[in-house]
Design a protein around this ligand. Sequence first.
Ligand code: NDP
Ligand code: OXD
Length: 327
Amino acid sequence: MMVRALFLSLATVALTMTPPVFLHVGSPERGRIWAERLPQMIPGLEVRQWPDVGDPGEIGYVGAWTLPEGLLDGLPNLRFLLSVGAGVDQLDLSVVPDGLPVLRMIDPALAEGMTEYVAAGVLSLHRDLHHYRAAAARGEWAHRPQVRAADRRVGVLGMGRLGQSALTALAPFGFRLSGWARSRHAMPGVDCFAGQEELATFLSDLDILVCLLPLTPETRGILNADLFGALPRGAAIINAGRGAHLVEGDLLAALEEGQIGAAILDVFENEPLPADHPFWRHPAIEVTPHIASATLPASSAMVVAEAIRADLAGAPLPGLVDPKTQY
Ligand code: NDP
Ligand code: OXD
C-alpha cells in the first residue's frame, strides 16, 4: 500500500514538472499541429521543429520518420525515439544508442486507413476490376465469371495491429481467411499459421495474398520467386508492407509466366517509384504512391501524448520496439 502511494505521489510530481522538450523531425505541417495540440494534452510541453533544436540538453523526445545524420549523438538527455510511422525500418536502428527506447506509432487511424486499403484491394481483385478496367480501355464489354467470396481464400502475411484489423474487416464478406505470423495467433474464423515451417502450407491454396509485415532482416525479400511458386497459379498479391519485401524482378517474371495474375503495390524499393519503372505501365500491376495509410497529425498527436505521459509517470511505454526482432 505504502509503496503504491509513494509511486503515485512520485508520478504526480513527475506529471506536474516541466516535461522535457519534444523535437519533431519531418513535415512542418504536422510539426505545427503537434506544437499546437501536444501542450494542450501535456501542460508545459514545448515542441520544437527540426532543425531548430535549441539547447540539445533540453530535448527529451524525438519523433521522426528518418533521422538526420548525427542527430541522436548530440542529444544527451533523450528518453525515447518515436517513429512517426507504424514501421521503424526507415530509422536506421544501428545509430540508436544502446538502451534508448524506440517506439512506433500505434494509432487507430493508421489501422483504419490500412484496413480500407486492403479491403479495397481485395474486393477489386475478387471482382476482377483490373480486368474490367483494361477491357474498358479497349472499349470491350467483357464478362468474367462471378466467384463467391466463400470460394476465395485470402491470406495475410503479418497478424499484427494492421493484419488483424484487415482480417476482421474482410470477415463479413465471407472470404475464407488465413493469417501468418512469427508466433501462433488465434482469431475466430481465421486459419492461423506460424513460422517458416508453416509458410508453404499457408500459401498453398491462396487466391489473394496481402503483405502487412514489418521490414526486418528476416522478412526482407520474402515476396520472391520461391514464395510465388508456393502460391496456386494465377494468385494475386497486395504489398502494403515495405518495398524491400518484394524482389521486383521476381514479380515481373512471375507475372510474365502467369504464376502471379495481378499485383497491387503501395510500397517500393525506391520511393518515389522512378517514372521509367516497368511497374507503372504493367497491365497487371496497380501502383499507389505509399498512401495505404498515413499518420494523420490530429489522431497521432494523442498517441504521442500518451507515450510522453507514460514516460513521465514511469509506466510502460506504448509501441515499444524489441531491439532483437526490430519490430
Ligand atoms: P505489428 O508489429 O503490429 O505486426 C507485425 C506482424 O508481422 C506480427 O504479426 C508479427 O508476428 C509478424 N512478423 C514479423 N516478423 C515476422 C517473421 N519473420 N515471420 C512471420 N511473421 C512476422 O506491425 P503493424 O501491423 O502495425 O504494421 C506492419 C507494417 O505495415 C509496418 O511495419 C509497416 O512496414 C507497414 N505499414 C505500411 C503503411 C503504408 O502506408 N503502406 C502504413 C503503415 C504500416 P508476431 O505477431 O508473431 O509478432
Ligand atoms: C508507416 C508507413 O510505417 O506510413 O506508418 O509506411
